[in-house]
Design a protein around this ligand. Structure first.
Ligand code: F58
Ligand code: PLP
Length: 831
């Protein structure tokens, strides 16, 4: 009934919708059975669960294709500028529910399937997550694809079709185990293989100088190795199906699938070597996190998808235009972090070597076409490739980078008078580090706009990593605060809240999420607050069921659901949260007379397989959970759970079920965060530091409705200048000291008492992430929240204010800002 409400809303501008006669349950039921019969070869009586998923998907897909063609035709006819979003990662999650909901088909399909005794919810749950991303960066790309389609920006996503996405996590004896992810085993009905859309990608070899009579010498790259990039297209459906954009993912194949000579001479393995080597390029997503994955295969992936995407952009441009000289008027290319930054050199190569442009004209086109988004300031995450590797794999692109660098350095020293130290800092080649190509510098100089992802992060970019480039090009850096799509993260993930808000203020917020602000006044209405709390309660029960099914643990939905879910990283400080849990455990036992608010601390997230500290944190969370959860003296006042295998689908269940959202990174380190926005939009209160987008959330929800604690980014920098030691703080705070002693002495790891010894001793010597420095402020703020939990009206009023005031954090707003300020493209849809 809920989704019916959401979809029954009047269509804002009455644009093209499918013929309503075709959306009735009868027609849909007939079409689904047709798919079952003629595409899958099954009678309804013989169909199994996966057959229903496939048949339903195919029936929905047919409708999308009509909209897809309409969108493509309309964009082609208007000659509008297109936005190409180049990203190594698109963490899309499941697609069926999103597509059905955006097309307004949820209720008729539910009814159509029910005629055969099949539940839509069951079918939706069978779909595997498209986990083609690591975390925030990849999920942002997915929200942006949806928002481009929903706001009417002609967007084209370009990425990699990994056969194995982000690994599946299991927990065995408390520790993370990584298993391969196999999303394609049942086939992927959403994608269309376009064998006619394929390009050759070269690697290695040499550059030759060709002298033709009467012309200056021309450089031609003769690669030693070539592979084929084949396009797989997936439609991206916007809200109400008004626009459908394309996500084009590249798959690597060998030019010769088998070396027949080798095969015929009996070398059956050798005959497949080439094909295996080619296919390896797109086989696996690197499970990196805030650490550069410095292997050759990674650079091959980056170049492979950059070159394929640019060749495709150029081919499509030349189908409609006479030359590439107006490329930047027709195409904007956004580089999602530096992973596609080699594109700057590759476009120059294509323009100069292949299409005969003069260097300076090519540079103008390149800079006008590209823009670059930075997502991290962590030095260990900044990409820099050894020159010898780059030169061996991409010799011509290396020459081009040297030439770009020479121009940049000339401008910096001759025109702007920068000294040698500053020039060394901006150079595209890091001379001090075994000679490396700095991809951030390449992306920066090759773009007309460079953006950070929150106001604070953007300011810190100017002061730190890009300090001298900012001095040289003071107008280039701008801010574009991240956002999240309210379709997936509110309407689909939280249908009950969507229905409640629709009842209260009407359906206008579905088309313009900023109208959700109209529920703000209802924070004072006790009836509304009660209904709001009842929705939260049902969502907590739903999560409790999932915890019960997956972990055979029960959690009580009347306790505070205090949740930290995100990649596991030292800067995100899950460790601080665990230490607080231990201190609380201790206090609950030593002061049973006190009125403790019951809490369930929920964790989920994956550690990079090579990140030992992060894996220890997962182990510790599980060890602590086992001990606390089995101790009767806690009387159910505290529980700790670590839910395995955090992914988009789990996030969709978790976000609506939180009372408290933990956004507690060391200030200055979290570029933005997007999980923080999803929680608050769904009515969680945030406990957080003044970091990333938390700063702007504070401005929007107001200081009474968010719980900010801890050192500011400036104070963190200052303290790091003064001392690195945590010793004096630990010694001065018995709660912290006792919690650390317990961890260190093996209270939680009796099977291996020294397991966490070094984790703790590190804190004494080097409190780099300010865990000790922020502990007291964090503890005190948690106790203020305990007290607030005792005043449920007040808590719920704050929760309503959070939902009401989060509309600005929609990715529709982010996309409109990019479109207006950076891309100069669209949107068609002014909602
Ligand atoms: C994240 N970066 C930021 N990187 O950490 C987060 O603050 C921000 O909200 C988000 O981007 C979107 O802007 C991030 O997720 C990665 O996953 C990289 C993938 C490739 C390897 C290195 C990490
Ligand atoms: N991973 C998944 C599966 C997500 O859904 C999200 C955000 O919702 C993230 C990672 C990013 O989380 P955070 O912004 O807290 O780092």
């Amino acid at each position: 009934a809920t989704r019916k409400t959401a979809e029954a809303a009047p269509n804002g501008n009455g644009a093209a919708k499918p013929d309503p006669r075709l959306n009735d349950p009868d027609t849909l039921a007939r079409q689904i059975v047709e798919k079952l019969t003629y595409s899958i070869g099954k009678h309804p009586e013989a169909a199994r669960k996966y057959d229903w998923l496939r048949a339903t998907t195919l029936a929905v897909r047919d409708r999308i294709i009509d909209h897809w063609f309409e969108s493509a035709d309309r964009i082609a006819a208007s000659g509008e500028k297109q936005v190409c979003y180049l990203s190594m990662e698109f963490l899309i999650g499941r697609m069926l529910r999103d597509a059905i909901s955006n097309l307004g088909l949820t209720e008729p399909i539910r009814e159509a399937l029910a005629r055969y005794g099949v539940e839509l919810d069951m079918v939706e749950l069978l779909e595997p997550d498209a986990a083609l991303g690591n975390g925030g960066l990849g999920r942002l790309a997915a929200c942006f694809m949806e928002s481009m389609a929903s706001t009417g920006v002609p967007g084209f996503g370009y990425g990699i079709r990994y056969v194995h996405g982000f690994f599946r996590q299991e927990i065995a004896d408390g520790a993370q185990v990584e298993l391969p992810e196999t999303w394609l085993v049942h086939g992927n009905p959403w994608e269309f293989e376009r064998r006619d859309c394929s390009y050759e990608i070269g690697f290695g070899g040499k550059v030759v100088s060709l002298q033709e009579q009467g012309h200056p010498a021309r450089q031609v790259w003769r690669p030693a190795e070539r592979v084929l990039a084949v396009a797989f297209d997936t439609p991206m459906v916007g809200w109400r199906g008004e626009q459908v954009n394309t996500l084009r993912l590249w798959s690597a194949q060998a030019l010769d699938p088998i070396l027949l000579d080798a095969f015929n001479s009996g070398d059956h393995i050798g005959a497949l070597v080439e094909s295996n080597k080619a296919e390896a390029i797109t086989r696996v997503l690197y499970p990196a996190d805030s650490h550069q994955a410095g292997q050759e295969l990674r650079l091959r992936q980056e170049y492979f998808f950059s070159s394929a995407s640019l060749q495709d952009v150029i081919k499509r441009h030349l189908e409609k235009n006479e030359s590439l000289s107006n490329l930047a008027d027709k195409v904007a290319i956004q580089l999602n972090d530096t992973h596609p930054a080699v594109s700057v050199a590759e476009l120059m190569r294509l323009l100069v070597d292949v299409h005969g442009f003069e260097w300076s004209a090519a540079w103008e086109i390149t800079r006008a076409t590209f823009s670059y988004t930075n997502h991290t300031l962590l030095p260990e995450a900044l990409e820099h490739w050894p020159i010898h590797l780059f030169e061996r794999l991409l010799p011509r692109q290396m020459q081009i980078i040297y030439a770009i660098n020479a121009d940049v350095i000339r401008e910096a020293s001759q025109d702007k008078g920068l000294d040698d130290a500053k020039i060394a800092a901006i150079s595209l080649v890091d001379e001090g580090n075994g000679r490396r190509v700095r991809m951030g510098q390449l992306a920066f100089v090759g773009s007309h706009a460079v953006n950070g992802v929150s106001a604070l992060h953007t300011e810190l970019m100017k002061e730190t990593v890009f300090h001298h480039l900012h001095e040289l090009y003071p107008d280039r850096i701008e801010n574009k605060t991240n956002g999240v799509t309210p379709r997936r993260w509110l309407m689909q993930a939280n249908p009950d809240l969507t229905a409640l808000i629709t009842d209260a203020i009407g359906p206008g917020f579905l088309d313009n999420i900023e109208k959700i602000r109209d529920i703000d006044a209802l924070a004072d209405d006790s009836g509304f607050r009660e209904r709001f709390a009842a929705v939260k309660r049902r969502n907590k029960e739903r999560l409790a069921d999932v915890v019960g099914e997956r972990m055979a643990t029960s959690v009580d939905p009347s306790a505070i659901f205090d949740i930290q879910v995100k990649r596991i990283h030292e800067y995100k400080r899950q460790f601080l949260n665990i230490i607080e849990a231990i201190a609380l455990y201790d206090q609950i036992r030593t002061h049973p007379e006190q009125n403790w608010a019951p809490r369930v601390k929920i964790f989920a997230g994956k550690a990079a397989p090579s990140y030992a500290q992060a894996k220890q944190i997962i182990h510790l969370a599980n060890d602590v959970a086992r001990m606390i959860n089995s101790d009767p003296s806690v009387r159910g006042l505290l529980k700790v759970v670590f839910i395995p295998n955090y992914n988009v689908s789990l996030a969709e269940i978790i976000m609506p079920a939180a009372d408290l959202s933990e956004q507690i990174s060391t200030a200055g380190l979290e570029a933005s965060g997007t999980g923080n926005m999803k929680f608050a939009l769904n009515g969680a209160l945030t406990i957080g530091t003044l970091d990333g987008a938390n700063v702007e959330m504070l401005e929007h929800v107001g200081e009474d409705n968010i719980f900010i604690f801890g050192l500011t980014a400036e104070q963190v920098a200052e303290r790091r200048r003064e001392t690195h030691s945590g010793r004096s703080i630990i010694e001065g705070q018995p709660l912290l000291r006792e919690a650390l002693d317990a961890i260190s002495s093996g209270v939680f790891s009796p099977d291996e008492p020294s397991r966490y010894h070094s984790l703790v001793s590190n804190l004494y010597n080097n409190d780099w992430w300010m865990i000790c420095a922020d502990f007291k402020a964090y503890w005190d703020t948690q106790r203020r929240l305990d007290a607030l939990w005792d005043r449920p009206d007040e808590w719920q009023a704050k929760a309503v204010h959070n939902t009401a005031r989060m509309g600005w954090f929609s990715s529709d707003r982010s996309i409109r800002e990019y479109a207006r300020d950076i891309w100069k493209a669209g949107p068609r849809n002014g909602r």
